[in-house]
Ligand binder design. Structure first.
Ligand code: HEM
Ligand code: HEM
Length: 179
């Protein structure tokens, strides 16, 4: 069953817009854009914030005030918004970032991100989030969070991030932000 977009819009405009943009295109680089993201993924993250499995003090507060139905509705609303394309900031990092994204690194055994997040960065519903046109700084923080395993626990992404250097993360994040 799908969420109610009209009800989701009210929540988005009244509560989430300040940080994520009313249409899900965020301006500040710490706040992820939500536009066009798979609804199931958005819902799963809201549940994870509420239960404390994914730790973020701001989003704990936000998610705690949402019912299961609210989560479904607001996730549906954001998933239907149009993600604005973004240009990478640091173009010098793009070749290295593209290589890692598309082919991984056989030496350090980083898998190709493309396998799960798609060549165009659109991911695959419901489990694999879209990454394209996301803020690079947000991507780097998530990779570090997966690597540390304290604020964000996911066995697949922990294994990926564990194999990445800071330079790998920065390069792949720049590439992803321009996808
Ligand atoms: C992350 C939804 C309100 C700040 C997220 C994520 C979702 C979400 C689904 C995870 C996105 C992903 O994994 O790609 C919402 C909804 C809101 C809301 C539905 C309204 C009910 C806010 C507000 C703020 C905020 C008002 C700022 C005061 C953040 C930040 C993150 C985040 C900083 C990143 C957390 C991290 O680094 O892990 N939000 N949000 N959100 N949100 Fe919100
Ligand atoms: C989530 C990056 C490879 C499966 C994420 C997120 C990022 C990311 C930044 C969080 C998205 C968000 O918060 O909106 C990457 C990069 C990769 C890579 C840079 C390559 C170096 C893979 C591979 C798989 C995978 C190969 C599958 C085998 C997942 C899954 C999630 C995720 C399942 C969602 C985790 C959750 O529910 O919290 N990835 N990824 N990723 N990725 Fe990857």
């Amino acid at each position: 069953t799908h969420g109610d977009v009209a009800k989701g819009k009210v929540i988005a405009e009244q509560v989430c817009a300040a940080c994520h943009g009313a249409d899900g295109n965020s301006v500040a680089s710490a706040n992820p854009s939500l536009a066009g993201q798979h609804a199931k993924y958005l819902e799963s993250q809201l549940k994870a914030f509420k239960s404390g499995e994914r730790k973020n003090p701001i989003m704990l507060g936000m998610a705690s005030s949402l019912s299961d139905a609210d989560m479904k509705n607001v996730a549906e609303y954001f998933s239907e918004q149009k993600l604005k394309p973004r240009q990478a900031n640091d173009k010098a990092l793009l070749p290295a970032g593209q290589k890692l994204y598309k082919a991984g690194n056989p030496v350090t055994r980083v898998p190709a991100c493309m396998a799960c997040h798609g060549a165009a960065g659109k991911g695959y519903p419901a489990q694999y989030p879209a990454l394209g046109s996301q803020h690079a700084a947000y991507i780097v923080k998530q990779l570090n969070d997966f690597k540390a395993g304290t604020d964000r626990k996911n066995p697949i992404m922990a294994d990926v991030a564990m194999r990445m250097s800071d330079a790998d993360m920065k390069a792949v994040a720049e590439y992803i932000s321009g996808l």
